[in-house]
Design a protein around this ligand. Structure first.
Ligand code: SF4
Ligand code: SF4
Length: 199
């Protein structure tokens, strides 16, 4: 009985040695394959984020803060505010992702976030943004924004001027009508005594 037990105990190390069965992995060099539904570190598309703060508002652990990031779209995100996540508090519930109205936030597959200090696991858009604009693209978008604003201002000015001109014309016509009516009334008043005299 003892012999059988001993043989069994030796058979396992022999199997490992001969068949190269993996017992431990050389982490982090060798990562395990993550399941499809794995919720890892968030990924942000800074080119479409509108800076609405919905993700920050819905977070049950209050771990999202909106911070400035200059490589987003100044046309879509006028204040250039993007989420920064404190992974020391995050429970990876995914509510922020579900709440995002433009689907620019998703749970990624990266899971390594260790750091030496507490602040190392607070990750801003610089780290989270997997899609971002270049500095030149941001400058072009800003110029485009200014052009659109100038066009809108010019269109508004033209519309206001047209309205004012129409109002002026209307008041002129009104005055002319009133003048005509007054003349007619005066003529009618002059005509009345004659009619009375004839009767
Ligand atoms: S996954 Fe959940 S806890 Fe983490 S930032 Fe999003 S809403 Fe907050
Ligand atoms: S990530 Fe989504 S929910 Fe959060 S600020 Fe950007 S657009 Fe809004």
């Amino acid at each position: 009985m003892l012999k059988i037990k001993l043989l069994k105990n030796f058979s396992w190390p022999l199997k490992i040695a001969t068949q190269e069965i993996e017992i431990t992995r050389l982490y982090p060099e060798k990562m395990m394959e993550l399941p499809a539904a794995e919720r890892g570190i968030h990924e942000l598309d800074a080119t479409t984020c509108i800076g609405c703060s919905s993700c920050a508002r819905v977070c049950p652990n209050n771990c999202i803060e909106m911070v400035h990031f200059k490589f987003g779209s100044p046309l879509k995100n006028k204040k250039m505010q993007f989420p920064q996540i404190d992974f020391g508090r995050c429970m990876f519930c995914g509510l922020c992702v579900d709440e995002c109205p433009v689907e620019c936030l998703k749970m990624g597959k990266k899971v390594i976030m260790a750091g030496w200090e507490r602040k190392d696991i607070i990750k801003g858009p610089e780290f989270l943004a997997t899609k971002r604009f270049s500095a030149k693209e941001v400058t072009d978008l800003e110029a485009e924004g200014k052009r659109i604003a100038a066009e809108k201002a010019a269109a508004k000015k033209a519309a206001d001027a047209k309205k004012a001109a129409e109002a002026k014309n209307a008041s002129k016509e009104g005055a002319a009508d009133a003048n005509g009516a007054a003349k007619k009334k005066a003529a009618a008043t002059e005509a009345k005594p004659k009619e009375g005299g004839a009767a």
